[in-house]
Design a protein around this ligand. Structure first.
Ligand code: SF4
Length: 332
C-alpha cells in the first residue's frame, strides 16, 4: 500500500487560535469555563476539554451568572453577545478572524442598502452567526437551484457572501448562477472561502489523481472535513471521513493500493499519526508526504485574553471585534 500524506492538512490558524484561547483561559481561570457550542468541530478536541472540566453549552441561558463564557471559532450573532452581557457573563471571543471578516462584510453591505445572498449550509453555527448580523437583509442559498427561486429583480442592489468552509467548486457554481441572474451583484472585496479550506481541497484534488481511496480524519459535523470527503469521493469513487483510524469499516482496503490521507482543519495531528502507524503496521504501507502549498498564517489571541493574561481577573468584558485586534489576511 502506498500512502500519500497531504500537506497542508489539519489545524488551521483559526482552530489553533481558538484552542490556544481555551487552554489559556483554563490556565488563568481554572477549568470551570463554559464554551458556547463546540470550540471547534472535532470530537477529540471537545472530549479533551470536557475531561479537563470545560462545559460546552448550546444555550447561553444555561451558563451561571458571572461565569467565563468563550465564543467558539465559528462565531456568534449579536443577539448571543447581548444575551451574554445581560446575564453578566465575562466573555472571551475565540471567533476566527476570517469568520469575523464575513460578519463585517454582511454588516457593511446591509448598511449600504444591499440585500445579501449568503451561500452556505443551513443550521451551521457559522451561518447562524453571520445571518444574525442583519437578519432582515440576508437570504441563505445552498445550490444554484435556490438562486432561481430568489424573489429579487435584477436591478435591485444585491450582494453575495459565502460561508468560509464551502466546496470551492460548488460555491463557484452558485456564484455563476447568481451572476447570470444578477449581473451587477456585488461581491466581497476578498474571497470568503478561507485559505485553509481552499488549500486542503486543492491538495486532495491534486494528490488523488491516481489514488484508489481518500481517508479524511475529521468529525462528521466538520464542514470543511465533509467537503474534503466529498471531493475525495468525487475524485476516486471512495472516501472515508472518520474521527480515528479504528472507525474505518471492515474491508475498506479491498483492492486498494494507493491511499491519500488528509485531515480537516479541526482534526489534531495525533489522529493522523495514529492512522499512519496503523496503515504501516497492518497493511505494510509506505508513506510519502507531499506539500502542495505552504501556509504561514497565525492569528494572535484576542485582546481581551491578552489583557487577562497580563492582569488575571481584573479585566471585564471587552467586545471581541475591535478592528485592530487581529490579522485578517485571508491568504496563505
Ligand atoms: S477553517 Fe478557515 S475560517 Fe474556519 S477556523 Fe480555520 S481559518 Fe478560520
Amino acid at each position: 500500500m502506498q500512502v500519500t500524506l497531504a500537506n497542508p492538512r489539519g489545524f488551521c490558524a483559526g482552530v489553533n487560535m481558538a484552542i490556544e484561547c481555551l487552554d489559556e483561559a483554563i490556565r488563568i481561570f481554572g477549568s470551570g469555563i463554559y464554551v458556547y457550542h463546540e470550540i471547534v468541530h472535532n470530537r477529540h478536541v471537545v472530549e479533551r476539554f470536557t475531561a479537563q472540566g470545560v462545559t460546552f453549552v448550546d444555550r447561553v441561558e444555561d451558563v451561571p451568572p458571572n461565569s467565563i463564557l468563550l465564543f467558539s471559532a465559528h462565531g456568534v450573532s449579536p443577539e448571543i453577545r447581548h444575551l451574554a452581557e445581560r446575564l453578566q457573563l465575562q466573555t472571551i471571543d475565540a471567533t476566527c478572524p476570517l469568520v469575523t471578516k464575513v460578519h463585517m462584510e454582511a454588516l457593511k453591505f446591509a448598511r449600504d442598502g444591499y440585500h445579501i445572498v449568503l451561500i452556505g449550509h443551513e443550521g451551521h453555527d457559522e451561518v447562524v452567526g453571520t445571518m444574525g448580523e442583519a437578519p432582515e437583509s440576508i437570504t441563505l442559498v445552498e445550490t444554484p437551484e435556490d438562486v432561481d427561486l430568489l424573489p429579487f429583480a435584477p436591478e435591485e442592489p444585491i450582494a453575495f457572501l459565502t460561508q468560509t468552509t464551502l466546496s470551492v467548486s460548488e460555491a463557484q457554481a452558485v456564484i455563476d448562477r447568481l451572476i447570470q441572474r444578477f449581473p451587477d451583484i456585488a461581491s466581497p472585496p476578498k474571497e470568503d472561502i478561507c485559505y485553509a479550506t481552499t488549500n486542503r481541497q486543492e491538495a486532495v484534488r491534486q494528490l488523488s489523481e491516481t489514488a484508489d481511496v481518500v481517508i479524511v480524519l475529521g468529525s462528521q459535523n466538520s464542514s470543511n472535513s465533509l467537503r474534503l470527503a466529498e471531493l475525495g469521493e468525487g475524485r476516486t469513487g471512495r472516501a472515508y471521513l472518520v474521527d480515528s483510524v479504528d472507525e474505518l469499516p471492515d474491508g475498506w482496503n479491498e483492492g486498494v493500493e494507493r491511499v491519500v490521507v488528509t485531515a480537516g482543519a479541526s482534526a489534531p495531528e495525533d489522529v493522523v499519526t495514529d492512522c499512519l502507524d496503523h496503515l504501516k503496521s497492518a497493511h505494510g504501507a509506505t508513506v510519502d508526504e507531499i506539500t502542495v502549498s505552504e501556509e504561514h498564517v497565525h492569528f494572535p489571541l484576542p485582546r481581551e485574553l491578552r489583557v487577562l493574561q497580563s492582569d488575571a481577573g481584573s479585566a471585564s468584558h471587552v467586545d471581541g471585534r475591535e478592528a485592530d485586534r487581529r490579522q485578517t489576511d485571508n491568504t496563505a
